[in-house]
Design a protein around this ligand. Structure first.
Ligand code: GUN
Length: 174
């Protein structure tokens, strides 16, 4: 889809198309639709980022809570969104050995207990070793710092999902 097509989408079509660029949070697409026309995918990405940043802490935490655990129950039940399944597969999380799977479960549970929301990381920018390392590291963050970190990861996931939907025309210098 190119930007001309993006900008001509009805509200319903726009939410259908971009409703999962932030995992299970179609309200984000619903909120930014009125900001059309978008100059390019970065412009749409920036609008989404500004909307997320404008939310109160409870809203930001709500967005983080909409994410499934990595290598968690939804993956085992086949209940992930297509996007999340693709990302977790790419990061190698569908092929964890028993030891890594147990470690991931334990750390995910500790993380959720400490912060009250699930561990979110842009899985496509990290492999399973890096994900386990970051998870253990981020457990040591202060809550406000960690909320901000999680939100920045949500934005990275969003950026890659937008790039999957919007084709970027070759940039012209003239
Ligand atoms: N990183 C990329 N996709 C996801 C997801 O669906 N859940 C979590 N926790 N992290 C992700």
């Amino acid at each position: 889809m190119d930007m001309r097509q993006v900008n001509s989408l009805s509200y319903e079509e726009f939410v259908e198309t971009f409703g999962n660029v932030v995992e299970r949070c179609p309200v984000v697409a619903a909120a930014v639709w009125s900001g059309r026309p978008f100059a390019n995918s970065h412009d749409l990405e920036a609008s989404i980022g500004e909307f997320i940043d404008s939310l109160p802490v409870a809203g930001q935490e709500g967005i983080v809570r909409c994410h499934p655990d990595l290598a968690g129950r939804d993956l085992k039940r086949g209940a992930l969104t297509a996007e999340s399944r693709g990302e977790q597969t790419q990061a190698g999380l569908t092929l964890l050995d028993a030891g890594d799977a147990a470690r991931m479960n334990r750390l995910n549970a500790q993380y959720k207990e400490r912060f009250g929301f699930p561990f979110v990381i842009c899985a496509r920018m990290n492999n399973k070793e890096e994900i386990l390392l970051r998870l253990a590291e981020r457990l040591g963050n202060e809550p406000a710092q960690e909320r901000q970190c999680a939100i920045e990861e949500v934005k990275k996931i969003c950026q890659l999902r937008l790039q999957d939907i919007i084709q970027c025309p070759a940039t012209h210098t003239k």
